[in-house]
Design a protein around this ligand. Structure first.
Ligand code: PEQ
Ligand code: MG
Length: 286
């Protein structure tokens, strides 16, 4: 029987269809990171808007609506709009991709940066072209595969001003980003040059941080006792569930391994471990 609660209890490795069935009966809502029940996709990946995630899932044969997707870009836009009451005469400077720009636009917040300086190079004579912009009220950093010095210099210019408070927000601080052939520096690593140069810690929206969690439960009102966080990373997905006092299921199809999760020294313990979320399909055929 699978019974443990979010604590340092030894994770329960699920192996049999009977065990899968017990777990499926226990929960109404599964929060899935992206890579019948209510499936809510909770992703730190800010590169795509929720509308584009719906298209991605369609291609994978997964039926999803925009409000089944809770992304760090969406949470960042909601935070600036609803919590920070971002001024209408201000804009956001974005280091990141279209997901952030699109979600900001959907809540009526204009942005600049993003793709403007993709491929830009600088010479030491170009610093004069890095000008202040008083309309910038916040700098938002997300995963940006086209990050370069010019983008960092512009962000530093806006964030280092003494006479104007410019918000510094990361959509997430994942250390690495999983691609099909391995892991590469993630948003948390890309933002380090600004954090070090500014000696300033940004507000981080994504899993496992509280802003995303608060935003999630405010929007979805799911019963924590019947909600399970499913993900492949101990330090983001599983920690997010534990911070939210909900049970967690680690899948072994991504970043973290069973050895890491079972390590007695590991402080982040999933409630359950399964080889992959696809295992549950065996219940239907049982
Ligand atoms: C950053 C991205 O987010 P996730 O969908 O896993 O939360 C990833 O780690 O792939
Ligand atoms: Mg993941």
């Amino acid at each position: 029987m699978v019974t443990s609660t979010p604590s340092l209890a030894v994770p329960k490795r699920l192996n049999t269809v009977d065990e899968y069935k017990v777990l499926l009966d226990k929960f109404d809502t599964f929060l899935l990171d992206c890579d019948g029940k209510r499936l809510v996709f909770v992703t730190n990946n800010s590169t795509m808007s929720r509308a584009n995630y719906v298209k991605k899932f369609e291609k994978l044969g997964i039926e999803a609506k925009e409000d089944d997707i809770f992304s760090s870009a969406f949470a960042t836009a909601a935070y600036l709009k609803n919590v920070q009451k971002f001024p209408e005469d201000k804009r956001v400077f974005v280091i990141g991709e279209s997901g952030i720009v699109d979600e900001l636009k959907l809540v009526g917040i204009e942005s600049t940066g993003a793709s403007d300086d993709n491929g830009a190079t600088m010479t030491h004579g170009d610093f004069g072209t890095i000008e202040d912009d008083p309309t910038i009220g916040a700098v938002v950093c997300g995963f940006d595969i086209n990050l370069n010095y010019r983008k960092l210099a512009r962000a530093y210019k806006y964030l280092s001003k003494k006479d104007q408070k410019v918000e510094f927000i990361l959509t997430n601080d994942d250390s690495t980003f999983p691609a099909f052939n391995g892991h590469y520096p993630g948003t948390g690593s890309l933002a380090q040059p600004l954090i070090h140069a500014l000696k300033r810690q940004p507000l981080v929206m994504g899993k496992p941080n509280k802003p995303m969690l608060d935003s999630f439960f405010n929007s979805y009102h799911s019963d924590p006792a019947r909600t399970c966080m499913v993900g492949d990373r101990l330090d983001t997905d599983i920690a997010f569930g534990i911070n939210g006092n909900i049970e967690t299921l680690l899948v072994l199809t991504g970043v973290s391994t069973e050895e890491e999760a079972m390590d007695p020294e590991q402080p982040i313990k999933p409630t359950y471990i399964i080889q992959g979320f696809g295992e549950f399909a065996k219940v239907k055929n049982a």
